[in-house]
Design a protein around this ligand. Structure first.
Ligand SMILES: C[S@@+](CC[C@H](N)C(=O)[O-])C[C@H]1O[C@@H](n2cnc3c(N)ncnc32)[C@H](O)[C@@H]1O
Length: 232
């Protein structure tokens, strides 16, 4: 180990970000090197300081992608929130469909309702999901659980997808989303088709039944009634 030589003291007028370097000889040496290098080659020194490497570029892209994805998710009528397994069973029991019937989950998230519908109730299931990331999770779940082809995932906007042919519909969305879907249900679903909504009511519709899950949250059962009151 060599002896410390007293490093030059910072001149007055040098950048404020170097304040504090005065207190320790090592820090001052580093500051002096940085200053000299910055004077000679400002760009390369800057790049060295922020250490551009494939890893930092990857991290930056990842953070930007995550923020864009998060902001876009906040524009949706319903954000992702998974339904507990017991609640899913309650919802499917309330639907009370026959084996082989077709159930839709509008906003299927990670596809957990689809696999339960196939494996526990012997139904066919289609999940509609707008979030590409969740679509990937849903497909993985459906394929890895062996539920494909009885369960499928349809990527896209549930407001725009045709759901005629459904024998039953599951929803866990929001008050706004349910309000928008009410008219679609009347237009596309057959008279008597059953709809089960977890947590949120279908505004203006009278539930046939209301149950609670194990946390005391409501689960509503509705049936499509194409009477004048609703079809206006
Ligand atoms: C509360 S989560 C319910 C997830 C799943 N149904 C469950 O019970 O676990 C609502 C889901 O609806 C999706 N979603 C919101 N708006 C949508 C739209 N317009 N079309 C399709 N899916 C939508 C969200 O991405 C989210 O995954």
């Amino acid at each position: 180990m060599g002896e410390w030589t007293k490093p030059p003291v910072l001149k007055t007028g040098e950048p404020s970000w170097l304040r504090g370097f005065e207190s320790h000889p090592l820090r001052q040496q580093l500051a002096t090197i940085l200053l000299t290098d910055l004077e000679q080659n400002p760009l390369s020194s800057f790049l060295e300081v922020i250490t551009i490497s494939p890893l930092s570029i990857g991290l930056a892209v990842g953070v930007i992608f995550f923020l864009v994805w998060l902001s876009w998710n906040l524009t949706l009528d319903a954000w992702w929130q998974p339904t507990g397994q017991r609640t899913i069973i309650t919802m499917l029991e309330l639907l009370d469909l026959e084996p082989g019937d077709l159930v839709y989950d509008l906003g299927c998230g990670d596809g957990r309702t689809l696999t339960a519908a196939v494996s526990d109730f012997d139904l066919r299931a289609v999940g509609i999901e707008i979030d590409p990331l969740r679509v990937v999770f849903s497909w993985l779940r459906v394929i890895l659980s062996g539920a494909y082809p009885r369960a499928r995932v349809s990527p896209g906007d549930m407001y725009k997808k045709d759901i005629s042919g459904a024998n039953g519909v599951l929803i866990f969305l929001s008050g706004d989303a349910n309000e928008k879907l009410a008219q679609k249900f009347l237009q596309e679903l057959d008279q008597g088709t059953r709809i089960v909504s977890y947590y949120h009511e279908l505004p203006g519709w009278k539930p046939l039944k209301k149950e609670s899950n194990d946390q005391g949250h409501p689960v509503y059962l509705y049936e499509v009634e194409k009477n004048e009151q609703y079809s206006q």
